[in-house]
Design a protein around this ligand. Structure first.
Ligand code: C2E
Ligand code: MG
Length: 744
């Protein structure tokens, strides 16, 4: 040190040394001082003078402690004493109070013991530490913020990960609960879900809620709760002092205060302005929630809301995919998906199950004439009525199509009990329905298939039930149980069309005849020819088994020709025996699509020399729907031949008498669905009576078909119906048998 001083020019005299040190001290960046053992200033530099703001003459002998912040003085004293005692240099951080006590700055003081005139003194330097301290403080704040953000991000990430891929409500709530549990500052919280029907919120999951808080099911009202407010505002709601917060219902406030809960934060759960619920966080003390944490809470809210909304949407989609929107009933998909499990359970217990396929008659008519609103209301009432019948049988109802329902009846005890259950359903359906002051009556048919007897899976069983249903409809008997004979030829049905040529040549088609009774004279007026196929493998086939197949191909023309030929041949024999019976032959829609039938007819009438007025052709009501213009043109040309025309099954479709007036129609055959129920149903009776009157006024003759009871026959006679046909009087028979019947 001495050496380096001596190198300074002019430093070789005592004055020179002092001046050198003085300059050096003044050049140092901090405040330099020498104090005695009591802390009294002995020497100092200009920086100290400036900082203290005290003139130099007053500084001498002043206590350095004056400029030390009172809280740091003890520490400073201790350091001074230690240095004096040990002689070891030391340093400390102190706050120094500057000029006129305006500025308090942080300093690092480094001090050492020196001997001046045999007195132990302290020499020290105080360096301004404030800037560094400030940076350190800021760093600490940033660090804290980063840590907080990190924690927030961790929570959000965790929540996102947990909710990822889950769509079921329970899992979403549980995952949200677990995530919030991991959020260190929150101990008591609950997730509430909004019920749009009651407009209340009910507690779904919670942590720390006690029994009292959940005693009423944890239900919060929309008004008078922070939850309702948060939902209405669409933003987080904070309550810093629940005791004073009159936005809360007094009851809720009291419950919370009694549990030392004084603050709350409510995060709304909203998706596209649709309220879903809320997350309610409860605190003992007002929480210090910064902006970043608020953002985190909002993000948690958004994440949970999205998951909840997705889950609801999926649920809704699933419900729609599996349920009929009108009646809320499960549909065909549910049947197919659940059937296997149910069948296995039944089978393992040794039970059989029944599938009842129910088809409503005339439902389409209700829809067409009274409108879809009435039709929809009717379907809802039907659903209710059926469901009320099914409960005690543990049966399940499905809606398969417009007017087609399926009933799954488990644990059936016998075939008879199943049949009678099905009939009881039809009886129930027959009771009038009241809709918008209208009284509507319905009838239906049921086809039944049994599992495992008729099949092991829902699709094949449905097919069996459908076949049984067709049979029930065909026979008009209401209920029919599937049996193999109904179905045995279905696999080979397609081949029937190819066989028609051989069948005609081989005279395999024959006609059965059903007599028509003149109700006034009680005499047989004529016969309807009904075709049958004596099939080598399937036995005697009724028209329902082959006509629909032939109607979709050209085969129908050959069949109609054959029926006309056989019928007219038979009629010629009647005439030869002096009987002028009228013959009725059914035509198909396809027969009216071109001139083939007309040409055949012209030739056959000529060949058998029949009085054309003794031949009546029956045309189904719906035949006219496909190409009415062409059909009308052909009907006129047939009528020109002198052949009579009848509309078959009138009332079953939806043509009006006014439309029929444009046609050369001589006879109206009323649909058997009206005829069969007219004795029991006043409305059907009225329809029959007014149809008869109207037809008469248009110059048409009326035939009632499907008469099965004496009461119906008597009513028809009383109503002035002209002719009647039905199993009650005589079912269709081969001519040889009919001859006996006529004689008998
Ligand atoms: P459709 O013209 O309505 O013929 C009357 C059907 O009702 C016949 O059935 C007959 O057996 C049945 N039936 C008669 N009385 C009663 C009764 O009191 N109660 C019930 N429930 N049913 C009764 P089938 O012979 O099975 O004929 C079914 C349908 O096949 C006929 O209905 C007709 O549309 C069609 N069809 C029959 N023969 C021919 C034909 O030669 N050509 C065409 N294109 N169709 C035919
Ligand atoms: Mg007919």
């Amino acid at each position: 040190m001495a050496e380096s001083v001596s190198m300074v020019p002019g430093a070789d005299t005592p004055d020179g040394v002092e001046s050198f040190f003085r300059q050096a001290l003044e050049g140092l960046p901090g405040m330099v001082f020498i104090v005695d053992a009591k802390g009294k200033l002995l020497a100092w530099n200009h920086n100290l003078e400036q900082f203290a703001g005290i003139p130099s003459e007053s500084l001498s002998g002043a206590s350095l402690m004056e400029v030390v912040h009172p809280e740091d003085r003890l520490g400073a004293w201790k350091m001074t004493r230690n240095i004096l005692r040990s002689g070891k240099s030391d340093s400390t951080e102190v706050r120094l109070i500057g000029r006129q006590k305006r500025r308090t700055l942080e300093y690092l003081v480094q001090a050492s013991r020196v001997k001046l005139q045999d007195r132990n003194c302290i020499v020290g330097i105080a360096l301004d530490h404030s800037a560094r301290k400030m940076v350190e403080k800021e760093l600490a704040i940033v660090r804290k913020m980063l840590l907080e953000r990190n924690e927030n991000l961790r929570v959000i990430n965790q929540l996102y990960d947990r909710l990822q891929g889950y769509h079921d409500l329970g899992t979403i709530l549980q995952a949200s609960l677990e995530t919030l549990k991991g959020y260190s500052r929150i101990n008591t919280f609950g997730i509430f879900l909004y019920d749009p029907e009651t407009r209340n919120f009910s507690l779904a999951v919670n942590r720390g809620f006690d029994e009292v808080m959940t005693s009423d099911g944890g239900v919060l009202p929309s008004s008078g709760s922070l939850t309702g407010l948060a939902l209405a505002q669409g933003s987080i709601v904070l309550s810093g002092d629940i005791g004073l917060d009159h936005r809360l219902e007094p009851r809720v406030r009291q419950i919370l205060l009694a549990r030392n809960i004084n603050a709350a934060v409510v995060i709304p759960l909203i998706h596209f302005s649709k309220p879903l619920g809320s997350i309610n966080l409860l605190f003992e003390k007002t929480p210090d929630i910064g902006e970043s944490e608020l953002k985190t809470l909002l993000t948690i809210g958004h994440t949970v809301s999205t998951a909840l909304a997705n889950s609801r949407q999926l649920e809704d989609l699933q419900h729609r995919a599996y349920h009929d929107g009108l009646t809320g009933l499960p549909n065909r998909l549910v049947l197919h998906e659940q059937f296997g499990r149910m069948a296995d359970a039944m089978e393992s217990q040794g039970f059989s199950m029944a599938l009842l396929l129910l088809d409503l008659e005339h439902f389409k008519k209700v829809n067409d004439t009274l409108g879809h609103q009435i039709g929809d209301a009717l379907l809802r009432q039907i659903t209710q009525r059926l469901n009320s019948q099914l409960a005690e049988h543990h049966a399940r109802l499905f809606r398969l199509d417009g007017d087609e329902f399926l009933i799954l009846l488990p644990e059936i005890s016998s075939i008879e009990s199943t049949l009678s259950f099905a009939r009881s359903l039809l009886v129930e359906l027959k009771k009038p329905f009241e809709i918008s002051s209208l009284r509507l009556e319905l009838s239906g048919s049921i086809g039944i298939a049994l599992a495992p007897r008729d099949g092991g899976d829902s699709r094949s069983l449905l097919r069996c039930a459908d076949i049984a249903l067709s049979e029930a409809r065909r026979q008009g008997c209401g209920v029919s149980m599937y049996n193999r004979t109904l179905d045995r030829y279905t696999v080979e049905r397609q081949s029937l069309v190819a066989e028609i040529g051989d069948a005609i040549r081989g005279k395999k088609f024959c006609l059965h005849y059903q007599p028509k009774l003149d109700l006034a004279s009680q005499q047989v007026q004529g016969f309807e020819a009904l075709v049958r196929w004596q099939h080598p493998r399937f036995g005697l086939l009724l028209p329902g088994a082959f006509i629909p197949l032939m109607e979709v191909s050209e085969a129908i023309h050959r069949l109609t020709h054959e029926v006309l030929r056989q019928g007219l041949e038979e009629q010629r024999r009647w005439r030869e025996k002096g009987k002028d019976y009228q013959l009725a032959v059914n035509l198909s829609a396809r027969n009216l699509a071109d001139e083939r039938c007309l040409n055949d007819l012209t030739k056959l009438l000529h060949q058998y020399d029949v009085a054309p007025g003794l031949l009546e052709l029956e045309i189904a009501e719906n035949t006219l729907a496909s190409d009415p213009e062409e059909a009308v043109r052909l009907l006129n040309r047939i009528a020109d031949l002198g052949v009579r025309l009848a509309i078959d099954g009138f009332g079953g479709g939806h043509s009006s008498l006014t439309f029929l007036r444009r046609l050369p129609i001589n006879t109206l055959k009323m649909d058997q669905s009206f005829i069969q129920s007219m004795a029991e149903s006043k409305e059907d009776g009225l329809i029959v009576r007014s149809t008869i009157d109207l037809a008469h006024s248009l110059g048409m003759r009326v035939v009632a078909k499907g008469v099965e009871k004496a009461a119906t026959q008597n009513l028809l006679k009383e109503m002035g119906c002209d002719l009647m046909q039905g199993n009650y009087y005589c079912p269709p028979k081969a001519w040889r048998e009919l001859e006996r019947w006529l004689r008998g």
